[in-house]
Design a protein around this ligand. Structure first.
Ligand SMILES: [Zn+2]
Length: 185
C-alpha cells in the first residue's frame, strides 16, 4: 500500500500538471491584454502637458451645468492660457480630424494607438490632416473660437472610445515627475 500511494500521486500529478501549465499560460495572456491601472499610469507619465503658459483650470472633467442650464458631461479639462500661447501635443501620433464648429471652434483630434486626444478653441493650427506629430510638438495656439468666454484650451482624451479624466493623467505625470518644464502655476 505504501508503495502504491506514490505511484497514484505521481500518476495524478502527471494528469494535472499539463492542465495547470495551460491554465497559468491562459491567465498570463489574459492579464497582459488587460490594461492595468499601474501600467497605464507609468505610460501616462511620459506625456507632455499641452499648455506652456499655464494660468489655471477653469473647468474639470465630469457633469456640470451647461450654458442652457441643463446638465451635461464635460468630457475634458479646460486650461486657461494667454491668447496665442502654444498648445503642444500630449503624445506622438497622427492628426486624424480637423474640427471647425460652434462648440469646439477651431480644433483637431490626434490618434496615438488606442488613445485619441482632442484640442479645442484654438486661434491657429500649425499641423495638417494626416501629419505625424511628436509628443511636445506645437499643434496650434490658444484661442477663443467656439463656445468659450475666454482664451483656454479644452483638452480631452479617449481610450478605446471611453473618455478619461485628464486629472488622472496629470496626477500620473506629477507622480513620475516627468512633467513639462513649464507645468504648474
Ligand atoms: Zn471644455
Amino acid at each position: 500500500m505504501a508503495l502504491f500511494m506514490p505511484l497514484v500521486c505521481s500518476e495524478t500529478w502527471r494528469k494535472i500538471f499539463p492542465l495547470r501549465w495551460l491554465a497559468a499560460i491562459t491567465a498570463f495572456s489574459l492579464l497582459s491584454l488587460m490594461p492595468s491601472k499601474a501600467g497605464a499610469e507609468s505610460r501616462w507619465s511620459q506625456g507632455v502637458f499641452p499648455i506652456v503658459q499655464f494660468q489655471g483650470y477653469t473647468s474639470h472633467f465630469g457633469p456640470r451645468a451647461g450654458f442652457s442650464g441643463a446638465g451635461e458631461l464635460h468630457t475634458g479639462l479646460d486650461i486657461a492660457a494667454p491668447l496665442g500661447s502654444p498648445v503642444l501635443s500630449w503624445w506622438s501620433g497622427e492628426v486624424v480630424e480637423m474640427i471647425n464648429d460652434r462648440a469646439c471652434g477651431l480644433g483637431l483630434v490626434m490618434a496615438s494607438g488606442d488613445y485619441a486626444h482632442i484640442y479645442c478653441h484654438l486661434q491657429k493650427r500649425f499641423v495638417a490632416l494626416g501629419q505625424r506629430v511628436l509628443g511636445g510638438q506645437r499643434l496650434g495656439s490658444v484661442g477663443v473660437t467656439g463656445r468659450t468666454s475666454g482664451p483656454h484650451l479644452h483638452w480631452g482624451i479617449r481610450y478605446r472610445g471611453q473618455w478619461l479624466n485628464p486629472d488622472d493623467i496629470l496626477r500620473a505625470m506629477v507622480k513620475h515627475k516627468k512633467t513639462a518644464r513649464s507645468f504648474g502655476p
